[in-house]
Design a protein around this ligand. Sequence first.
Ligand code: GLN
Length: 199
Amino acid sequence: GPTIGVLALQGDVREHVHALAGCGADARPVRRAEELDAVDGLVVPGGESTTISKLADIFELREPIDKRIAAGMPVYGSCAGMIMLAREVLDGRPDQRGFDGIDMTVRRNAFGRQVDSFEAPVTVTGIEGEPFHAVFIRAPWVERVGDGVEVLGRVTDGPAAGRIVAVRQGNLLATSFHPELTGDLRLHAYFVDLVRSAA
Ligand code: GLN
């Protein structure tokens, strides 16, 4: 399978490595620019986007990642990873910065303090079968998408009904939720396919 890195600065790196390996990818953590050079695609995990942003600068990975994105490398961002792939962030820390990623505006910690974490069914366009059992943990939602951005999934009911939680722009994919935590490999398989066809 293709070689896929998981940005290993902070967050749930191990879970993504396992999910990707379960889909037949050669999955490995990426912490240095040399390691980035060796992968065909990258996952930016959930965690804390302010920390990942800071560490991307300290580890001198921001510019190499932006260059690979510009060159068409597929990237999948989950939760904090979605925030790192957004060109505009609301309720972010003033010093946090994402990669030159998806033309969208996301709101950090959007679902509110009372419902820090919740689960909801989400249907993702292009992925067959049952809706995802989506797990949201202090998750962002997407408030604006640019012309080239495809909305792949929304919350279907409850107070957040209609909110965008899965998007794709070219080879960049992002979800507010964490498929790596539920043992459902369909999202990772979709991304592995994307990496395969981009290679
Ligand atoms: N609230 C976190 C952030 O702003 C994201 C939470 C997560 O990745 N589970 O980065």
